[in-house]
Design a protein around this ligand. Sequence first.
Ligand SMILES: Nc1nc2c(c(=O)[nH]1)N[C@H]1C(S)=C(S)[C@@H](COP(=O)(O)O)O[C@H]1N2
Ligand SMILES: [Mo]
Length: 320
Amino acid sequence: MLTRSKPAWLLPETAATPESVFLNRRELCRSVAAGSILAAVPALSGIASAAADPSAGLYPAKRNDAYKLDRAVTPEKVATTYNNFYEFGSHKNIWKAAQKLKVRPWTVTIDGMVEKERTVDVDTLLRAMRLEERLYRHRCVEAWAIAVPWTGFPMKDFLDYARPLSGARYVVMETFNDKSVAPGQRQIWYPWPYLEGLTIAEAANELSMIGTGAYGKPMPKQNGAPLRLVAPWKYGFKQIKSIVRFTFTDKRPTSFWEKIQGNEYGFWANVNPEVPHPRWSQATERLLGVDKRVPTLLYNGYAEQVAHMYKDMKGERLFM
Ligand SMILES: Nc1nc2c(c(=O)[nH]1)N[C@H]1C(S)=C(S)[C@@H](COP(=O)(O)O)O[C@H]1N2
Ligand SMILES: [Mo]
């Protein structure tokens, strides 16, 4: 039998480790800012990739001003060069490796408890949705944070499009699985493909979006092109990238990190500064790009929109 238990040395980075990674990252950012890296490999820059994308004409989309930030937008170069995308490596510097991902043609399968199962081309889906831009905070479980102008469509609109049956209780999302593109997927101790889920109520919440772009352009590959989840009241690992499948079901899925380390990463993963990760505090977060530590907020500052969904849930580990 294939054993999938993860070697102890492969635990995701703790709040302490990113410190050193972050410093390296800042050096990289400085050289990017100085032009050395982008000048050397313009085609590899996610920032320059918009031209080749058939959906490029949809950007920039109109900003929905209902969603305000309490902090500055993270510089684009920082948010597009400091990433978590384990398919391309278990460190932050995957942005170049991720350029190998082919995002066209790209199809999305909608299956399980739906009126009609189908597979649609991503550009057909994009044309059926209305794109808008929203400024959202993003809080990684590792205690770093960014603020990003995402473009995308409300997941509520996608539910209307997918037409789940009334008995469906969860939507499960899956990332592509192709080890010829993503070297991380050769590491068989990970339970590929990356998988995440939301309850139907969470997916229908006004905040939930399927992100299709960032910074007024199509989504950079390293940030999860062409479709990624944006549910900003939850830790970053819920924000599944490069989705190829939406499955509607009445059974709660076990998500990627929950399979690997269920006592540290759960299904709900709602941000809460008062519930520490077993190995570090969640009280504060480091804002990338400005090198500043600020208090973390309950539900990442979105309690008003989401707290009601959890108030009657007893015995659930809502905050990990
Ligand atoms: N498929 C996939 N999705 C993923 C991940 C991943 O490793 N693989 N990492 C998650 C984590 S831990 C975080 S913090 C965010 C990072 O998103 P960003 O790189 O766009 O900031 O992506 C999430 N989505
Ligand atoms: Mo994360």
